[in-house]
Design a protein around this ligand. Structure first.
Ligand code: NAP
Ligand code: MG
Length: 452
């Protein structure tokens, strides 16, 4: 089995990537097991130094990684550079972990009681196609830092930057077998992470449907899981907000990466008294989004990742869809989809409930604070969201009331390597990034030593 890369902006074919078989996956898992033992036994300062060298290697390859992501995923070049630099930052941040993975000394009678944060062993990381290299690093960097070996299975459509990161790790001197990138199918390589008992944890980012399957499969071996799944996040705009600013930034809260972002604020909820005014401001902002050649430095939005995904997004905008207005997109080759704003009559319209994962946003009116929270929470997802208001008290009350893991006030920020990230409800399980991420790749061991 193999997969031939297609540039989503041009539809040109690129290299063909061979897929691993079940047997090859098992062999990789055995290599990882051996490498992990040696890695975990190393002096913590040596592990820290090795991770810093890996970060340096990524730093030296930022432009190459960015160009690969443009060609494979269609990300605008500026965005792709940010992603490569983010991977370096994540590695640098967690390179401090090996020397700071503290246990506790707990007061007990008759001796001393200490805890150790022991590595799990071999960790499998399964990534989606939307942010291939950043999401991979959220798994592999803290897992390696905590003394584990990591197997990374990239999405079939977007393996190039992951493969390159695997090469850079070796060039930087990480032991052979410690961090292996295994291109292959979800149903073969990904499933094997779940069923092979040597893999002690699966970190999965992707759809809620596959996440449920992985969690169910992991139950068989009480295997640890971290799940980062879908979203249908709300951007809540109150009448007392800076409406012009809220409207000008709203497209960038949902159309970044062509809406192929689990944190996309794909529902804009606007207080009814300012709804018309907001829509007046929103229209030029949406039409102003620069959609085009990802290699052009000024481009803000590229194409969708794949023909299949283009068809899926298109199905949400049939000819009788409640379109308020649309932006523009290039014609001709490439999976281009113009930014689209829908204003359905019903809160139950499919565009208000389904995760479309494309540049399509639904705007709905609400009445008051309670109605805004009810509407924001009327979803099984709970990943991110934004709150626009000049009233600090309201910002706090709504922030506490929205059932979501990552909120921002008067802004759309969501992912920083040094703050925790993850979902409520069916958006996921566990947290990545931030100061505690490495703990999720350890077991706490308690040891008592008597004084006599
Ligand atoms: P997906 O179909 O769930 O695939 C994600 C990954 O899982 C891919 O590597 C896929 O491999 C693999 N996979 C598929 N079936 C599997 C199985 N039975 N066992 C093990 N692995 C399997 O998701 P997607 O379509 O690539 O990505 C879009 C979805 O991801 C959206 O719903 C989005 O919200 C979610 N997402 C969430 C976050 C977050 O942080 N919360 C971030 C990004 C994306 P193949 O490539 O071979 O199918
Ligand atoms: Mg899929």
């Amino acid at each position: 089995m193999s997969y031939t890369i297609i540039n989503p902006a041009t539809e040109e074919a690129g290299e063909t990537i061979e897929h691993l078989s079940l047997e090859q996956t098992d062999e990789a898992i055995d290599r990882a097991k051996r490498a992990q033992k040696e890695w975990a036994a190393r002096n913590p300062a040596d592990r820290a130094a090795a991770l810093r060298l890996f970060a340096d290697a990524v730093d030296g390859d930022v432009e190459n990684l960015a160009q690969l992501e443009v060609r494979n995923s269609g990300h605008p070049i500026g965005q792709a550079r940010w992603e490569a630099e983010h991977v370096r930052n994540v590695l640098e941040y967690y390179s401090a972990t090996p020397e700071r993975l503290f246990g506790k000394q707990i007061p007990v009678a008759g001796g001393i009681d200490v805890t150790f944060q022991e590595p799990l062993g071999v960790v499998g990381v399964i990534t989606p196609w939307n942010f291939p290299m950043t999401i991979a690093s959220w798994g592999f960097a803290p897992a390696l830092a905590a003394g584990n070996a990591v197997l990374l299975k990239p999405a079939e459509w977007t393996p190039l930057t992951s493969i390159r990161l695997g090469e850079l790790a070796l060039q930087a001197g990480l032991p052979e077998g410690l961090f292996q990138v295994l291109p292959g199918q979800g149903s073969v390589v990904g499933e094997r992470f779940v069923t092979n008992p040597t893999v002690r944890k699966v970190v999965f980012t992707g759809s809620t449907a596959v996440g449920k399957r992985i969690m169910a499969g992991a139950a068989d071996q009480i295997k640890r899981v971290t799940l980062e799944l879908g979203g249908k996040s709300a951007n809540i705009v109150f009448a007392d907000a800076d409406l012009e600013k809220a409207a000008a930034s709203a497209p960038y809260g949902v159309f970044e990466n062509a809406g192929q972002d689990c944190c996309a604020r794909s529902r804009i909820l606007v207080q009814r008294s300012v709804y018309d005014k907001f829509m007046e401001y929103l229209e030029p902002a949406v039409k102003g989004v620069k959609v085009g050649n990802p290699l052009d430095e000024a481009t803000e939005m590229g194409p969708l990742v794949h023909k299949k995904h283009f068809d899926s997004v298109s199905s949400y905008v049939p000819s009788d869809a409640p379109v308020a207005f649309r932006g523009s997109a290039p014609e001709g080759a490439g999976y281009w989809f113009a930014p689209t704003v829908l204003t359905p009559d019903s809160r139950n319209h499919i565009s208000a409930t389904d995760e479309i994962f494309g540049p399509v946003v639904t705007v709905l009116p609400f009445d008051d604070d309670a109605d805004a929270m009810e509407l924001a929470n009327a979803t099984e997802y709970g990943l991110s969201g934004s709150i626009w208001t000049r009233d600090v008290g309201r910002a706090l009350r709504i922030s506490r009331g929205v059932e979501s893991g990552n909120l921002s006030v008067n802004s759309h920020s969501s992912v920083r390597y040094n703050t925790p990230f993850g979902g409520f409800k069916q958006s996921g399980l566990g947290r990545e990034l931030g100061p505690d991420a490495a703990l999720a790749f350890t077991e706490t061991k308690n040891v008592f030593i008597p004084a006599d």
